[in-house]
Structures are given as structure tokens and as C-alpha cells.
Write a protein of this length. Structure first.
Length: 451
């Protein structure tokens, strides 16, 4: 009996230590079993306390009276599946007649307290079926991306959501995106994850970094074109517009519409073209858009108008030509001048890191979701990398990108430098880089390291 008690004390102490120091390990060893038992045992009473039950139907009441049986109890949603994950539990529910998916969404905070989980979110899968995702610990405190992700062409994993799922940047579904955030909020790390994820894909990366290239030029081996000042950026953007027009001419030439061609084979964008003639897609990354919109003289104002006009044309027409925009900035409001709000309206994907005022959050989510605005202004200053991601549908998620150092991103870009495509229209803006250093260079006190 003594040994049994000692073993029990050791197990409890180990569980407490794991929960404090390694919550992910605690969840995989102890937490998932305890949480599953808690949900199954408390399920009926919790659903009733949260108002997620329906009274018995009339025919059941009549049958109980006819057979002299007790009055049947209220019925909660039926559990279709309970699946543990590495971060929590996924509960799939079949709603009872008269219930709505909004009822479950409104009760998520009460379910979180009742089941003693860290977070609970819900979404409707189809009519009458709701998926409830529960997280057992704060997955955003120490982001660990899963070893296997569902990567596809033009779809890369960039962050982890608060429900434990992976947040993807899918350019085929959301062509253009806007990323906002104050200084030291985590925008640069998010951008590095994006570039590192795209490095292994068949895509041309075009960068505009008006901070003299300090953010994007270290990754130059994987970039097809780069600009580090507004004058070069104007020429680069106008070259992209000309490239877009050439791609549209190619699509028109390959359409060959006749009565013998099925509707599904008529080309309307580059993804409908045969793989042998399909142009390479282009992702344009703008590091600080305000540097392109500010001006101090008449000549700079004319340049600024041409830059914004080119960006608006690319945002409105570039999707079918395989040109996608990823614009970053600290603010993106009407104070940047005419055409800015027109450009913002074309940027479907919105990501907001910590902002300094509510107005900046409204720039990102004011036309999407008031709840997302409130969540964005509540991001604490000490939690770098935490962000709110949403789109034009009104849905939003709390995400956090894993910390990626500049050195790690440079190594990934150097590894995939051979995948950098050459575009004739952008050849003049190809960054000049030195030859890759030999991996066998010995480092000593007398021989400086080669970067």
C-alpha cells in the first residue's frame, strides 16, 4: 500500500510539473484522457445547464402517458464523433429539431468553463451538424507547427490558430492580402514565414522594400525582382502591369473557343491553361506601403499617383493573370491619399497584429467584423506575433506565427534558389547576389564568417 501511495504521489507530481512546464506533453500524456472522461460524464448535464437541450416531442409525451412511464427528459444534441487531437478535442454534434448552430456558438464560453478547457470554438459543417473544437492548453503561448501540413500549390502554412488548427495562406482562394501592425508587433516574422513557405513552390517572388531593402534583400536569392526605393518600385510595378497584359494576351490566344470545346476547358485564367504553356504565378510583397504613398513635392506626388494606380490595377485585374499582392504596413487609411481606400477594398485577406489605436484596427476589420476589431485592439504588447486574421466573409481567427529568425529564412531561400524563375519583363530588376559561399569554410578567430 505504501508503494502504491508513493507511485500515486510521483504520478501526480509529474503531471503537475508537465502541466506547468510542458503543457503540450501534459495534454498528450494525461490531459486528453481526463478531458475525454470529463466531456462524456458531464455532457448531458452541461448541455442542459447551457440551454442546449430541447423538450421531448409530443408523441414521446403521449407514449409515456399511455404506457404509464416517467416523463422523458429533454434531449441534448447527439454526439456523432469525439476525436482527440494533439491540442484538444473535436466534438461533432447532430443538432436536435429546433436548434440552430448559433445557439452552440453563443454558448462556447459556458462550455469552456463547464468542461474545464482552455478554449472552445464552433462552426457549422452542414445543415444540422456542428463541429465543436476544444483546446486543452494555450497553443499560441509556444507555437509548434505540426510535422505534416496540407500544402498545395499556392497554399502555404504560415501560423497556428487558437483552436490548434493550421492557418494557411491560400492565394487561389484569397488572392490579395493586407497585413497591418505596429512596430515590434511581429509583421516581419509573419512575412518571413510567408516567404519561407513559398520558397519551395513554383512561383516568382517580387519584393518592394523601401527601407533600403533591410527586410527582403537578405532573401534575394529566391526573389525574381526586388526594389528598394520608390523610383525603382514604380518602374517595377509598371513592368508587372505590362507582364499582366501579356499574360492576358496568351490566355486569349489559348482559348480557341468552338462548339467542340466543353465549358470546363475554356481558359479564363492561367490555371485553366495547359501546364506546358501556363505562365509562372507571381506574388508581390510590399513591406511598407506608406513609403510608396507619402510625398513631399509635386514630382513625388505624380510618382505616388502612378504607383497607387499600378497597385490598384494589379489588385483588380491581376488574379486571373496569376499575380497576387501581399501588402504590409503600420497604417492603411485614407490619410495616405486618394486611391488607398480603393486599393484596400480589393485586399480580401486581412491580418492585423498589435495596433496602437482603434482606428488602425478599423482599417483592417471595420468593414468585415466589429468583433475582430475588438479582438485586434486587445492584443497585449508583450505577445509579439499574435494577430487576428479575417476575410470578407466576416469570419476571423486568432493566430500566431512560429518564430522564424532571419538566418533561418535566408537558409531556406538559399536552399531553393534554383527554383527562382526568370521573367523577361522583370529581368532588369533581378537582384545581383554573390555566389553562394562554400559550406565547408572553416570559421576561426582570424577568418571572419561569410554570410
Amino acid at each position: 500500500m505504501t508503494w502504491f501511495m508513493v507511485a500515486g504521489v510521483v504520478v501526480v507530481a509529474a503531471a503537475g510539473l508537465l502541466r506547468w512546464r510542458r503543457p503540450a506533453w501534459y495534454w498528450l500524456t494525461f490531459g486528453v484522457t481526463l478531458a475525454t472522461l470529463r466531456v462524456l460524464v458531464r455532457y448531458a448535464s452541461v448541455m442542459e445547464a447551457c440551454g442546449l437541450t430541447v423538450p421531448p416531442s409530443r408523441w414521446r409525451l403521449v407514449l409515456a402517458r399511455m404506457t404509464n412511464r416517467p416523463v422523458p427528459e429533454s434531449r441534448p444534441p447527439r454526439i456523432l464523433r469525439l476525436r482527440p487531437t494533439r491540442t484538444g478535442l473535436i466534438l461533432r454534434l447532430k443538432l436536435q429539431p429546433g436548434q440552430d448552430a448559433f445557439d452552440v456558438a453563443a454558448a462556447t464560453d459556458r462550455l469552456r468553463h463547464s468542461f474545464s478547457m482552455y478554449g472552445v470554438t464552433s462552426r457549422e459543417l452542414r445543415s444540422g451538424v456542428v463541429e465543436v473544437r476544444m483546446t486543452g492548453y494555450d497553443v499560441l503561448a509556444r507555437v509548434q507547427m505540426p510535422a505534416k501540413t496540407d500544402s498545395r500549390p499556392m497554399r502555404v502554412p504560415v501560423a497556428l490558430r487558437e483552436d490548434g488548427s493550421v492557418h494557411y495562406r491560400d492565394y487561389r482562394a484569397v488572392p490579395h492580402g493586407l497585413t497591418l501592425g505596429a512596430t515590434e508587433s511581429g509583421k516581419s516574422v509573419y512575412q518571413r514565414n510567408l516567404v519561407a513557405g513559398l520558397a519551395s513552390h513554383h512561383v516568382a517572388l517580387v519584393g518592394i522594400d523601401c527601407k533600403q531593402g533591410v527586410e527582403l534583400f537578405p532573401l534575394a536569392r529566391r526573389f525574381t525582382a526586388l526594389a528598394d526605393n520608390p523610383d525603382t518600385a514604380l518602374d517595377l510595378l509598371e513592368a508587372l502591369v505590362s507582364h499582366m497584359e501579356e499574360v492576358y494576351q496568351l490566355i486569349r490566344a489559348e482559348q480557341r473557343i468552338s462548339v467542340a470545346i466543353p465549358d470546363a476547358e475554356i481558359a479564363a485564367d492561367i490555371w485553366d491553361l495547359p501546364e506546358g504553356v501556363r505562365p509562372v504565378p507571381v506574388v508581390v510583397l510590399v513591406d511598407e506601403v506608406a513609403e510608396l504613398a507619402l510625398f513631399a513635392s509635386k514630382e513625388e506626388e505624380k510618382r505616388r499617383d502612378r504607383i497607387i494606380t499600378a497597385l490598384v490595377r494589379l489588385a483588380q485585374l491581376g488574379r486571373a493573370a496569376g499575380i497576387y499582392l501581399e501588402i504590409c504596413g503600420q497604417r492603411f487609411g485614407s490619410e495616405l491619399g486618394k486611391g488607398i481606400t480603393m486599393l484596400r477594398a480589393q485586399l480580401t485577406g486581412r491580418t492585423a497584429h498589435r495596433v496602437n489605436d482603434e482606428t488602425s484596427a478599423n482599417m483592417a476589420f471595420g468593414d468585415i467584423s466589429p468583433d475582430a476589431v475588438l479582438a485586434a485592439i486587445q492584443i497585449p504588447a508583450e505577445t509579439r506575433g499574435l494577430a487576428i486574421a479575417g476575410d470578407s466573409t466576416g469570419g476571423w481567427h486568432r493566430i500566431r506565427a512560429p518564430h522564424t529568425s532571419l538566418r533561418h529564412a535566408v537558409n531556406i531561400c538559399n536552399k531553393h534558389a534554383d527554383r527562382t524563375p526568370d521573367l523577361p519583363a522583370l529581368a532588369a530588376y533581378r537582384p545581383a547576389v554573390a555566389a553562394s559561399p562554400s559550406p565547408r569554410v572553416s570559421l576561426s578567430k582570424t577568418a571572419p564568417a561569410t554570410v
